[in-house]
Design a protein. Structure first.
Length: 243
């Protein structure tokens, strides 16, 4: 167990990371022109088999992948804070304690029940709030503890919190995705979490508790899917030549 002074130092470090912008991705998400959206189409199965939700492969490049990658230093810091909370609950920030309780409850369940527990609990724990209303910009992605500290967030914040909670609850990284979809009826882009159970991709949406499979959501047009590989730094040309 780390001394209390080191715990407080880590908590202060997380706060400094947030103030420095490392726990959010503040780039504005402006509508992409048609040529850019065309580039997001799923790769042809003859070239690379798709195993993700909606039959898509993960992006591994592009603006959304970069935004997801930019959150990782703060997400890693928050994981250490959760570990410290398990060691000494008295030093645990309230937001971390709430998030950890959801994770620990879900770990005692299995299969769809584990995923459903996290979907339900996070939907109830966060109040929907548009980024323009809170930050005055189009789109900001926040880390789970920042979202829980605020008690509010938009669809990306729900999706990120669910993804991190599912990983912490024991779901394998290959069975998790964050998916950006488009709803033609509402003329809106939307973020959801996808989790695979028994070969079926279930979609976790902050707009309702019911978890449907990707095959049932025929009105959703998938744009980008992100996975744990997108969270890694891109390989440089020099590094690739050494492999």
């Amino acid at each position: 167990m780390l001394p209390a002074s080191q715990v407080r130092t880590l908590v202060r470090a997380m706060a400094l990371l947030c103030l420095a912008g490392l726990c959010v991705s503040s780039a504005k998400a402006e509508p992409a022109p048609p040529m850019q959206l065309a580039a997001l189409a799923p790769v042809d199965d003859a070239i690379q088999p798709a195993s993700g939700p909606f039959g898509m492969i993960a992006a591994h490049s592009g603006a959304m992948s970069a935004k997801w990658r930019s959150l990782q230093p703060a997400i890693d810091m928050e994981a250490r804070i959760l570990d410290l909370c398990r060691s000494d609950a008295q030093l645990c920030p309230a937001a971390a304690a709430s998030f950890l309780a959801i994770i620990d409850t879900a770990r005692n369940r299995a299969g769809r029940a584990r995923i459903g527990e996290i979907n339900r609990a996070i939907n109830l724990a966060i109040r929907p709030e548009d980024d323009r209303a809170r930050y005055g910009v189009a789109d900001i992605w926040t880390t789970p503890l920042m979202t829980f500290a605020l008690g509010a967030g938009d669809c990306e914040d729900y999706a990120i919190a669910k993804y991190v909670a599912l990983r912490a609850a024991g779901i394998a990284p290959d069975d998790l995705r964050i998916v950006i979809v488009h709803n033609p009826a509402l003329r809106q882009d939307h973020a959801v979490t996808a989790a695979r159970v028994d070969g079926e991709w279930l979609i976790l949406d902050n707009r309702h508790m019911l978890m449907l499979s990707d095959k049932q959501l025929t009105t959703m047009v998938p744009l980008v899917t992100l996975d744990h590989e997108d969270a890694k730094p891109p390989v440089t040309v020099a590094e690739a030549s050494r492999t």
